[in-house]
Design a protein around this ligand. Structure first.
Ligand code: PLP
Length: 478
């Protein structure tokens, strides 16, 4: 495919600028560029074709299944986009007088209340712009709490070895030391290891439940109790909330603060670098440390307040407001029963696929899974030489996005599948059939899989080089 620079021809343009009818103004010397910038010159039709061609190279939920584990790449109803596109929401300014934007404040307030209700938290900030940003904010809450009590030794955050990579990263960014704890046979946190890891330096624990193996840790009440008894706090990574919305609350599992990924669970598309939102909720005793401002309602009037011992701001203004509008639309259009049905079907769909695929692939855990499951291709690799990368690449030829590869790190040949609740029975069957076919192919013709994909624009780039030394600049000849 050609780049815009390669399509460029001198003098072509996609705009007709009206003739100048005001006095010409020249920038003062030294401020203007010396040379005209070299921009592609291209007609409208060529421009339009260029972007259409680019668009066809990507895969989204509107193209087909997108079972990228841990990412919840589900279909997001159009109605959520429609409300977020209303001029009443898009044409306001964050510095506008609050009396003129009461409706938008009400959206924030109601979303906050509903999310608190769903998570068992008492207050919440909508400021953080992503999951990892929420983790960082939540850890600062924990930090503030200990410092405020003059408990200065508490430097350790306990993170299980199955954790999402952002967990240890956020903990160290927030100034903590990361203590890794091993998982047990079932994929949950090992209680004996946990007991050994806690002491008077424990600031807290970061955990996602269901975890990245798709397993719900049944010992969760024991886990949070061990941390609390050691004087630490419990942080819930709510990125996997899609599995439990409407059924269980992190607050009831013993967690003190949480983040949610609105751009996974609550109707904003995830990925592609678009705006996200990672609200952070907490129990009442931590609310005084939340970032400012916090949206409030007093006698029917909406406004903002600064928590007493606030950590300050973690982002400009109020966060990604339109993502919040989508979340509220999603929650209100589904209602209590609808939300419960969504999370139940997410779990059902994953179990349906796992059950069918068990005959062909090893599983990291044979138990009933939550909204995702992890295939372990170690056996397959020993028998046929075909690894997780080969299967993932080959699935591209069938028009599906591959599952998450080589994550969680504790499973060596991992393929992590999250079908989501929005796939139909037919779609799940078609997806499963593809992976069955690929498992059979691994035994018949491993070489074929080593060289896949065959239908995509590029086959197998050097992944490390592509990530570390990407060429993102056009190299002009002169
Ligand atoms: C996606 C995810 C995160 C991070 O969320 P971002 O919005 O990508 O920063 C954290 N934890 C888990 C378990 C996740 O799946």
């Amino acid at each position: 495919m050609k780049l815009l620079f390669e399509r460029s021809r001198k003098g072509r343009s996609a705009v007709i600028v009206p003739p100048l009818d005001v006095n010409e103004y020249r920038l003062p010397d030294g401020l203007a560029r010396e040379k005209t910038p070299r921009l592609p010159e291209i007609s409208e039709v060529d421009l339009s074709r260029h972007y259409t061609e680019l668009m066809k190279q990507v895969h989204g939920v509107n193209d087909g299944a997108y079972p990228l584990g841990s990412c919840t790449m589900k279909y997001n109803p159009k109605v959520d986009e429609e409300t977020a596109a209303l001029a009443l929401f898009t044409d306001i300014h964050p510095l506008q007088d609050l009396s003129t934007v009461q409706g938008s404040l009400e959206v924030m307030y109601r979303t906050k209340r509903l999310l608190c209700e769903l998570t068992g938290m008492e207050d919440m900030t909508l400021q953080p712009a992503a999951g990892a940003h929420g983790e960082y904010t939540g850890l600062l809450l924990i930090r503030k709490y200990h410092l405020d009590r003059n408990d200065l030794k508490r430097k350790n955050i306990i993170v299980p070895d199955s954790a999402h990579g952002t967990n240890p990263a956020s903990a160290s960014m927030a100034g903590f030391r990361v203590i890794n704890v091993k998982s047990n046979e079932e994929g949950g946190i090992d209680l004996d290891e946990l007991k050994k890891a806690v002491n008077d330096e424990t600031a807290g624990l970061m955990l996602t439940n269901p975890n990245t193996l798709g397993i719900f840790d049944r010992n969760i009440l024991e886990v949070t109790k061990i941390i609390h008894e050691a004087g630490g706090l419990c942080y819930y990574d709510g990125a996997n909330m899609n599995a439990i919305v409407g059924r269980i609350k992190p607050g009831d599992m013993g967690f003190d603060c949480i983040h949610l990924n609105l751009h996974k669970t609550f109707a904003t598309p995830h990925g592609g670098g678009g705006p996200g939102s990672g609200p952070v909720g907490c129990k009442g005793f931590l609310a005084g440390y939340l970032p400012k401002p916090i949206v409030t309602e007093i006698d029917g009037v909406y406004g903002f307040e600064t928590p007493e011992k606030t950590m300050g701001q973690v982002r400009s203004f109020y966060g990604n407001f339109l993502v919040v509008v989508k979340a509220l639309t999603y929650i209100m259009s589904l209602g209590r029963e609808g939300l419960l049905e969504a999370s139940s079907v997410a779990v059902l769909n994953a179990n349906y696929m796992m059950h069918r695929l068990k005959e062909y692939y090893g599983m990291a855990s044979g138990k009933i899974c939550m909204h995702e499951f992890v295939m372990d291709l170690d056996e397959l690799k020993k028998e046929t030489g075909v690894n997780a990368m080969d299967i993932a690449k080959a699935s591209l030829d069938f028009g599906v996005h591959p599952p998450t590869m080589y994550f969680p790190l504790i499973v060596h040949e991992a393929l992590m599948v999250e079908p989501t609740e929005t796939e139909s029975r037919e779609s799940l069957d078609a997806l499963t059939d593809i992976f069955v076919k690929l498992a059979e192919k691994a035994h018949e013709d491993p070489e074929y899989l080593h060289n896949a994909p065959y239908t995509t624009m590029i086959g197998r780039p050097d992944e490390a080089r592509a990530a570390r030394t990407p060429v993102i600049r056009y190299d002009f000849e002169d």
